[in-house]
Design a protein around this ligand. Structure first.
Ligand code: HEM
Length: 526
């Protein structure tokens, strides 16, 4: 080919590229007028990232960007935003939010998240599903989390907690009564042990071995770095992109690890008729029978027990892997964040810590020093302390819902297109002075029965609300209580030297991740 011809081709290619760029720019500009055309107040977007440039570029966490929008549009009941060119509506009015969560839930039952089990089997889990597939799965899984089933898992959780006590006692002895620990890492390892044991029936041994395979996988899933952050953002808002480029919810080595482990465990248990007090056992029942039996007259019944539909309700093996995966995902990061921030706040608030220690001591005394399930239910001040932590540091600082049909936004005349995503700024509402006096003050008395009943029920939602409320709430709270009680019964916590009094959060993490970790000094109690 001669040089003239090459030059002409390069020129045409440049023109084509320019036209494509201009076309894309015009498309984005037009898309970004969606809310203006509908006369809905909106946060001014920019090309190409809409309102989320800082999050996509890893400069600010999604929760902070959502919070900035909340702060600058505080007077609006809802505000239009754009994730790149995709319009979303951020809801500020707590009455509208409650209608969406509860009363008109049937039209908003999705989170708008990516899932496509055909090439990404682990995406087919409860958190990412929507519509009838979600409903069917939720009905099947609900009996796995009844009080009876949680009691059934209690001894397993207790064993992991005993390891925590041994670890603290050994370190206190070695440090002659005082030592310093990265609490966030410690409890992440503890809960990795708890969840791998109650979900998979595997002793991951992460407390003793920080380099265990389960701990490495868990740490990688939530690592505060740009590629993990982008993958999480795509799961929330970029399902189309994920499908087009066959991007999976987790990197290949994590996908392979979880699917292999579950395959091996299911085969092993079925061949050897092994029964264990864990979730995998219950999921295998769902695979073989289509339902898990309820425990007694006080337990929740579920549609999954309708024998006429047992055939359609049986789980496939890949669905077991996805559900076990979400229990792992949802089960250790949320509880670690809650436990470590509770201990952090107790370290900053010694009077609250002393009061809680007194309650723990009294309850432990009643059960001869060995924590029982019933004893954990007797710790009422502990409940208030944990609830206040969850107000300050909700592990899931924002929630999403999706309009499953074209319809009006409840209590307004705004028409939502089918598929429209709704953003609920949980953390901003938890910190709004309109609902919480002096919101930055850590004060568990906000959660006395009297104070709770005097408040609008929609201003506190660390576990979400309505039919999609966290399925593992009771299990999560139990884990946190047991870990906090174990620490406080043997040590008093204070901030380690250099630990800031105001945590700084990583801009590259969808879930709150303190940049400085949470390092505390533990001093043996006399
Ligand atoms: C302190 C601990 C925890 C917190 C703060 C928490 C918070 C949440 C939140 C905010 C949601 C979304 C709810 C909504 O959209 O309305 C959720 C969903 C979920 N959580 Fe938790 N969670 C915790 C512990 C756990 C544990 C221990 C498990 C299981 C082992 C678990 C399993 C789930 C599942 C399966 C869902 C999806 C429910 C659905 O979509 O139907 N969570 N959680």
């Amino acid at each position: 080919m001669d040089t003239g011809m090459l030059t002409t081709m390069a020129a045409w290619a440049a023109v084509a590229l320019l036209v494509a760029c201009l076309g894309l720019y015009a498309f984005l500009r037009r898309s970004l007028t969606y809310w203006r055309r509908r006369k809905v107040a909106f946060a001014p977007p920019s090309v190409p990232f809409g309102n989320y440039a800082d999050t996509i570029l890893g400069k600010k966490s999604l929760a902070m960007v959502v919070h900035d929008i909340y702060e600058t549009h505080r007077d609006q009941r809802y505000v239009g935003t754009y994730f790149m060119a995709m319009p979303m509506l951020q809801l500020h009015d707590v009455d509208i939010i409650r209608q969406v969560f509860i009363k008109e839930f049937q039209d908003f039952n999705g989170r708008g998240m990516h899932y496509d089990p055909s090439y990404d089997p682990l995406s087919g889990h409860l958190f990412q599903l929507s519509g009838p597939i979600w409903k069917n799965m939720r009905v099947k899984l609900s009996p796995t989390f009844t009080t009876g089933k949680i009691k059934y898992m209690f001894s397993t959780i207790g064993d992991c907690n005993d390891n925590l006590c041994e670890h603290i006692d050994a370190n206190l002895a070695e440090g002659r009564g005082v030592y310093t620990e990265d609490i966030r890492d410690l409890v992440a390892r503890l809960f990795t042990d708890v969840i791998s044991s109650v979900a998979f029936g595997i002793e991951s041994n992460s407390l003793k071995n920080p380099d265990s395979e389960f701990r490495r996988m868990g740490a990688r899933i939530f690592e505060p770095c740009l590629d993990v952050n982008l993958r999480h953002l795509l799961i929330f808002f970029g399902g189309g992109i994920m499908k087009t480029f066959s991007i999976r919810s987790v990197p290949a080595h994590i996908h392979d690890f979880f699917t292999r482990i579950v395959d091996e465990m299911v085969d092993h248990r079925e061949k050897n008729n092994v029964e264990r007090a864990d979730m995998l056992n219950l999921l295998i029942k769902l695979k073989n029978d289509g339902f898990v039996p309820v425990d007694g007259p006080g337990e929740e019944r579920s549609d999954s027990q309708d024998s006429s539909s047992k055939q359609v309700q049986k789980l496939e093996k890949h669905q077991i892997a996805a559900q076990v995966f979400v229990f792992f995902l949802a089960g250790f990061e949320t509880t670690s964040t809650t436990t470590s921030f509770t201990l952090y706040e107790l370290a900053k608030n010694p009077e609250i810590q002393t009061k809680l220690q007194q309650e723990v001591d009294a309850v432990l005394q009643k059960c001869n020093g060995k924590l029982t399930y019933e004893a954990t239910q007797d710790m009422h001040y502990m409940d208030m302390v944990i609830q206040e932590t969850l107000r300050h540091y909700p592990p899931v600082p924002f929630l999403t819902r999706q309009a499953m049909v074209k319809r009006q936004l409840p209590l307004t005349d705004v028409v939502l297109d089918k598929g429209m995503r709704l953003m609920i700024p949980v953390w901003s509402i938890h910190m709004d002075p309109e609902y919480w006096e002096d919101p930055t003050r850590y004060d568990p008395t906000r959660f006395s029965e009297e104070a709770k009943s005097a408040r609008h029920p929609g201003v506190y939602m660390p576990f979400g609300d309505g039919p999609r409320i966290c399925l593992g709430m009771r299990l999560g709270l139990l884990q946190v209580k047991m870990a906090v009680a174990s620490v406080l019964s043997r040590a008093t916590v204070t901030l380690a030297p250099g630990m800031p009094r105001q945590p700084r959060f990583s801009p590259r993490c969808v879930l709150p991740s303190p940049i400085d970790g949470i390092t505390l000094t533990l001093t043996a109690r006399s």
